[in-house]
Design a protein around this ligand. Structure first.
Ligand SMILES: Cc1cc2nc3c(=O)[nH]c(=O)nc-3n(C[C@H](O)[C@H](O)[C@H](O)COP(=O)(O)OP(=O)(O)OC[C@H]3O[C@@H](n4cnc5c(N)ncnc54)[C@H](O)[C@@H]3O)c2cc1C
Length: 343
């Protein structure tokens, strides 16, 4: 039986494990001690619904619906400009990422061998080394370990990281605006704020984005990141002073730049990349989760169809490239529209 090692138990990794598990011996290593959450929602569009059905979880995923009712676009002073339908930010269906990850683990935990708190450290042909467990041999290694993929770093010469000119901070605070399954979008001169409340009605989640030249801030200490956020939103009133104070007090503070992964090839020898690790389309695309699921099904089908893993990897890439290119263009355009400075 073909031995497959998957790095990453987010969305793409467990989905691939599910589809391969009747045909291959599958091991999944995950760096986190348990299925990882993230504190944000993800949405589904298009072909992803077929994949959810094939995974046998469409109804369970639909039951997790955040039931968002749309977003109010406000001007600089907070006055309503327009109502945007729920699909714009929440797709055809939106669920908490943590619940989705847990569910995917739940349906695969008896089909694949999961190893948490573990990471690959070296790949040499069939031979793979780990941080903690003994080295072992696999026929195929799949990097489904997200945008900062270790497998990509170990097996690929180029990393393909493309910054989309946007960075942002995320955190939650008391829902003093009384948002009820609603979002609010504020945009001004290359800066944007998206506020929403969909789970605990006492809390709302905030994302404050602004134009940046590079993802360097990601690696800076929190106080430097906060200074950059304060500079980007300086001089604005509305809710902004209070949001900046809440940012500094937040325990669930998260800072990240909007990046894509663009590589000429998604595989090298016995190694292939899957999901964000190989071709992240950026959160602004709204397609990352759908893409991860669709890609997992495609890669599984091609691996099952032949014993020649390199041919399977080529067929998977040929099938998926046009879809990924389209999603990346959506991500790029949406990032550009958020950072655009009005004339
Ligand atoms: C703030 C934010 C908002 C988003 N909003 C949306 C949205 O609205 N809609 C949408 O579709 N998508 C959204 N996304 C993107 C979406 O989460 C991803 O596209 C999707 O999760 C990709 O799945 P994946 O399995 O490829 O990667 P991930 O879900 O990132 O999973 C990767 C897994 O690999 C693990 N890992 C990392 N390094 C290692 C290692 N060395 N060894 C082992 N395991 C490792 C990680 O812990 C993680 O569990 C958003 C992302 C962010 C950050």
């Amino acid at each position: 039986m073909t031995k497959v090692l998957i790095s990453g138990a987010g969305v793409a990794g467990p989905a691939l494990a599910y589809f391969l598990s009747d045909h291959c011996e599958v091991t999944v290593v995950e760096r986190a001690p348990e299925p990882r959450g993230g504190g944000y929602n993800v949405d589904f569009r298009g072909a992803a619904f077929d994949v959810l059905a094939e995974l046998g979880i469409e109804e369970r995923v639909r039951a997790l619906d955040t039931k968002m009712r749309g977003t109010t676009l406000v001007d600089e002073t907070g006055a309503m400009v327009a109502e945007l339908p729920a699909e714009v930010f929440s797709g055809e269906l939106e669920v908490p990422k943590a619940d989705l990850t847990r569910l995917l683990h739940d349906i695969t935990k008896d089909r694949a061998h999961y190893v948490f708190d573990e990471s690959i450290t070296a790949i040499d042909g069939r031979h793979v080394e780990f941080e903690r467990r003994d080295k072992a041999e696999y026929d195929v290694v799949i990097g489904a370990d997200g945008v900062w993929s270790t497998v990509r770093r170990l097996a690929f010469d180029e990393q393909g990281l493309t910054h989309l000119g946007l960075s942002g901070v995320g955190f939650s605070l008391a829902n003093h605006l009384g948002l009820d399954h609603k979002g609010m979008l504020w945009q001004h001169g290359g800066a944007a704020i998206y506020l929403y409340s969909s789970g605990d009605p006492r809390r709302m989640t905030v994302s404050m984005s602004f134009a940046t030249e590079s993802p360097e801030l990601d690696r800076c200490p929190r106080d430097e990141q906060e200074q950059a956020v304060r500079a980007a939103f300086a001089g604005h009133s509305w809710e902004i002073p209070g949001l900046l104070d809440a940012m500094s007090a937040a325990e669930d503070y998260y800072f990240g730049s909007t990046c894509q992964i663009r590589l000429d090839r998604w595989s090298r020898g016995r190694v292939a990349l899957l999901g964000d690790a190989g071709y992240c389309a950026a959160p602004t695309s709204g397609m990352g989760t759908s893409q991860a699921l669709t890609a997992a099904r495609s890669l599984a089908r091609h691996l099952i169809a032949t014993d020649d893993h390199e041919a399977a990897f080529r067929a998977y890439e040929a099938e998926l490239r046009p879809y990924v290119t389209e999603n990346q263009e959506k991500g790029r355009q949406a990032a550009q529209s958020l950072t655009a400075t009005p004339a």
